[in-house]
Design a protein around this ligand. Sequence first.
Ligand code: G1P
Ligand code: ZN
Length: 541
Amino acid sequence: MTQITTAPIDGQKPGTSGLRKKTPVFMGPHYLENFVQAIFDAIGGAAGKTFVLGGDGRYFNDRAAQVILRMAAANGAARMIVGQGALLSTPAASHMIRLRRTDGGIILSASHNPGGPDADFGVKFNMPNGGPAPEAVTGAIFARTAEIREYRIAESQDLDLSRPGETRLGGMVVEVVDPVSAYADLMESLFDFNAIRGLLQAGFRLRMDSMNAVTGPYAVEILERRLGAAPGTVVHAVPLPDFGGMHPDPNPTWAHELMAEMMSGDGPDFGAASDGDGDRNMILGRGIYVAPSDSLAVLAANAHLAPGYAGGLKGVARSMPTSSAVDLVAKARGIECFETPTGWKFFGNLMDAGRVSLCGEESFGTGSDHVREKDGLWAILMWLNILAVRRESVAEVMQDHWRTYGRNYYSRHDYEGLPSDSADAMMAALRDRLTALPGQVIEGMAIAAADEFAYTDPVDGSVSAGQGLRVVFEGGSRLVLRLSGTGTSGATLRLYLERYEPAGGDLGLDPQQALAPLIRAAEELAGIAAASGKTAPDVIT
Ligand code: G1P
Ligand code: ZN
């Protein structure tokens, strides 16, 4: 065991989901080591503990895993459970942490950000409940990075992580496990695989785009092997260090190949994609894109059709910028609905307390209390289970949903790569105006309320302030603006737009058309064009 002298490195502050930086930054001297030692220190040391380790397979995943194993051994960990090839999807890691009753896990991923020597890398600590560390813990990790003076690392050659089995590193057991099987078993316990198999046998056609990221092996095992979808159903199925140059974010912009196939007129009945680490999903039917906020609402309304949720839902939760479509379902079902800040870590307490079973975010994240992360393949299987029982197309399910609950037209506009100071100044200027806004009329719409969202956790009472600027209009339409907490360079502005159309109204509009007055109002209120130097968003979802 070696003690290495080090010094604090600026900026190791975890964001919305772990610490994300450019890969060369993570590969710089002591960078990874300082952060990992800070994790161990902040959780009271690693001695005698068992952790899960795995990642999404992006560039540097393999070498970072070896460093972390050596550090865990030197810090006295008893056992590390590592996905074969150092791979684990984020939801599979969450499951493994829970299944094996471990002391937590380290996940190597920058999620939906591109990978490669000049792209992004990330490290995240998850708690023994399987969920991302809450702010108190990420704050303690960050504080530790600011005072660190040494880290511990064992001297050893790289371990062979290519085959399941146990080896030792000093006094620590390294257990390499198949990353897929336990997760696939969990999915099989929640969903009616026979019904889905029947649907596929009846000629229902499926396309899954794993975007050269971690879900490839999971999707092939579950969809093709266990459910009998045709070989080749899963495309881009091999995880690659640079995701084959793809930007592994399952949205209409980045999953454009899948989009084109699904919109071609004679495309498959169902299409889906997932992101770098497998926690996001995009759902498509032939000729129809399902907005993530709508997907959450549809899953809430139909979850009882899947065996794992046959008893009904305890409650639901959504992040604040997510549309309130799911609120309408919760109201109709008489169950609780919570509004949390952006980021999955805020759902953990609610799930642990048994208050909610289904959660979602507008950013292509949906999941349940089967793990403590959002879960892309889970959402895809839930949809397939619902379609198998209802024997309707995706478009028919959506029409029926809107005719029952009304439609929450929704869109998110992202402005990327803004200079941080102009983005901050724009937000500050709007923040200053908030109290004066109610009563004003913009684009013919009267402002009913405006505030900056703050959240008090109903379980532990912790307060998270500064979670997004909201402007709500009479009738319930709203704008939300916030700056991304997952980027690795400059600032990304997210503008969230929502307008509610009741069940009897015009349910078939193009969302960008339906939201046009709100888009103009946002420009008037915030001056996005001037602050960003852009006349249009970079990504529209
Ligand atoms: C983004 C999404 C957020 C999600 C997070 C991690 O964070 O907006 O909903 O939880 O990625 O996947 P942001 O960049 O907006 O801080
Ligand atoms: Zn992700």
